[in-house]
Design a protein around this ligand. Structure first.
Ligand SMILES: NC(=O)c1ccc[n+]([C@@H]2O[C@H](COP(=O)([O-])OP(=O)(O)OC[C@H]3O[C@@H](n4cnc5c(N)ncnc54)[C@H](OP(=O)(O)O)[C@@H]3O)[C@@H](O)[C@H]2O)c1
Length: 252
């Protein structure tokens, strides 16, 4: 039976005009296999939702996949640990893009090298190198401490270290190490996606701006975005690879 398709078509057109990233808008183009490390995390859960909404196949990783309670025909929940390189190789096989959005400090060395963000990037890059031409792309969720507030001065340089929790300080330094390292990597297709200093649980507005090394400010001088809108930028990058082998910054 054929009904009148116009109202539905019109609604879709209006939706896409208002929000070009609307769920399903890009799904028909290329369906990607996306591996998400940190899928149970504050940013990672939005990445999973955004990618599924666009019709991609998502493999969500957790050290305890029972924590991933969501059910969707294009979602698989799997066990994985970024400290276990054999498991990275296993999970990365057949993927188009690996997204890393994790945090933590490993051990008690109190060195930047103990930040999980650094260890994750190091281990994933080593794995992707081994995979050669079959390697997926890497998108790493970086740290705003790496953004420049003035030419040559990072936001991390301006933070009052005395008042920072030690683990957070190590993570900020680990994120700087990760970016410095990635900038030396030429044989893996990487992107360092840099969030602003303030991430909120605000609604998905469907808008964001991108920049380079410089911290982006909105009209009220704020450097922020909702996690939902940051996830749009990440999935857009997964689809476009517009920032191949470079960092980019995201904010309103
Ligand atoms: N202003 C900023 O610069 C800013 C602000 C916020 C976040 N960030 C960055 O964004 C990223 C995500 O932050 P978030 O707040 O969303 O994190 P979060 O909510 O604390 O989530 C952390 C994630 O890390 C995963 N994880 C921990 N250890 C792991 C391991 N060994 N192997 C695999 N996964 C592991 C956890 O998964 P399981 O426990 O399920 O295994 C969890 O999903 C971090 O890199 C953080 O530095 C930056």
């Amino acid at each position: 039976m054929r009904g009148n398709a116009w109202p539905g078509t019109l609604l879709l057109l209006v939706t896409l005009l208002l929000d070009p990233h609307a769920a399903g808008a890009d799904a028909a183009e290329t369906r990607l296999n996306i591996l998400v490390y940190g899928a149970t995390g504050k940013i990672g859960t939005h990445v999973v939702t955004e990618a599924l909404g666009r019709g991609h196949a998502v493999t969500a990783v957790s050290r305890n996949p029972a924590r991933i309670t969501r059910r969707h025909e294009n979602l698989s929940a799997v066990k994985g640990d970024l400290l276990d390189t054999a498991s990275i190789r296993h999970l990365a096989t057949g993927q188009d893009v690996v997204i890393i959005s994790v945090r933590g400090v490993i051990g008690d060395s109190k060195t930047p090298e103990s930040a999980l963000q650094w260890l994750a990037v190091k281990n994933v890059v080593a794995t992707l190198r081994e995979m050669g031409d079959d390697a997926p792309r890497l998108i790493h969720v970086g740290g705003s401490g790496t953004l420049e507030v003035r030419p040559g001065v990072m936001y991390a340089d301006k933070l009052p270290r005395l008042f920072l929790p030690k683990d957070l300080e190590l993570e900020i330094e680990g994120q700087i190490l990760a970016l410095d390292f990635l900038r030396t990597v030429d044989d893996v297709n990487w992107t360092y996606a840099t969030p602003p200093k303030n991430l909120t649980n605000g609604r998905r507005k469907g808008t964001y701006r991108t920049g380079g090394d410089r911290m982006l400010k909105d009209e009220r001088g704020r450097n922020l975005i909702s996690r939902a809108d940051f996830a749009i930028a990440l999935v857009d990058e997964a689809q476009s690879n517009a920032n191949r082998k470079q960092r980019f910054a995201v904010a309103y």
